[in-house]
Design a protein around this ligand. Sequence first.
Ligand SMILES: [Zn+2]
Length: 351
Amino acid sequence: MKALSLPMFLTIKQNVIEDLTDHLIARIENVTRMKTIILTSNGITRRFPRIIDTMKSTFNDLYVFYVEDSTYENALEAARKISVEDYELVIGIGGGKVLDTTKYAAYVSKKRYISIPTVLSNDGIASPIAVLKIGGGRVKSFGCKIPDGIVIDINVIKNAPIDLLKAGIGDVLSNFTALYDWELSFKNGRAKFDDFAYLLSETALNLILYGREQDIQSDDFIRQLAQALVLSGLAMDISGTSSPCSGSEHLFNHALDQFYDVHIPHGLKVALGTLGSCIFQHRDYSVIVDCLKKYHVNVSPEKSGIDKDTFVGAWMKAKSTRPERFTILDIVDLSTSYLEETYYKISEVLK
Ligand SMILES: [Zn+2]
């Protein structure tokens, strides 16, 4: 187990983004005197025009870097600017693309990094992993460090598209099968295990699985989802691997991304993958189905635009996306007929 390096602060609050400057002043000593770079998108500055203006009038030296796309090249370009021009503080405000770019740029330039997500669609908000585009339609996960501070505005999250919130739920539920795969890998001598990381990932899962608040746009639910995603990120950080939150269900998602054209958020693809993995692991998947239904998250293959051949093909190719990772896919015999049967079973229970 590696030494804990927790973020300096985690704020989950209503309208905190409106008072972002004051909030940062309260949390980071001499922050306004630090040479600061904000990575964000045009869409975000249009949505929150006052934030940047207020920060510019308060900070001694503030530069805004616009992230067009989460390519490896863009992340390196940002890292170069930060290093060459000696920025001391890096702040990312936006969705997954902006935050992945910021996270990697801050890691490469070895600078302090504050994460301000505007959506809660996956556990990347606090994970030590940046997913960047590397060309040819491919993405790669790069190890980096978790943010030094996280600011989540409940109101901002509430106003984001509801499918992105549902995707966040799906990414937390995937811990159910990921933890099983991780333990399986350990028992087969293929991975190190970490009880505390297991505890964090399972706690995140239980927050969503057994939470009583059913309105996913309520303050309480958004707070719980944010907590669950942050705990998942910390589980990956202290174990030094994504395994506590990424098992065979994520390999299914990687295969969909790599070989097929399925345009739904990551968290919804892994939620569908979680049901497949549950079946391969011979576990009762009703707990996941009930949870998806409780929150009105429909990941049926039909709704997700995944036909039978795509489903079967993606599972067949899943293992090849990360051959070194031991999961249930190394044990189960994935024949076409078994996968077709799985497809029909899942379509039926999600009706
Ligand atoms: Zn994920």
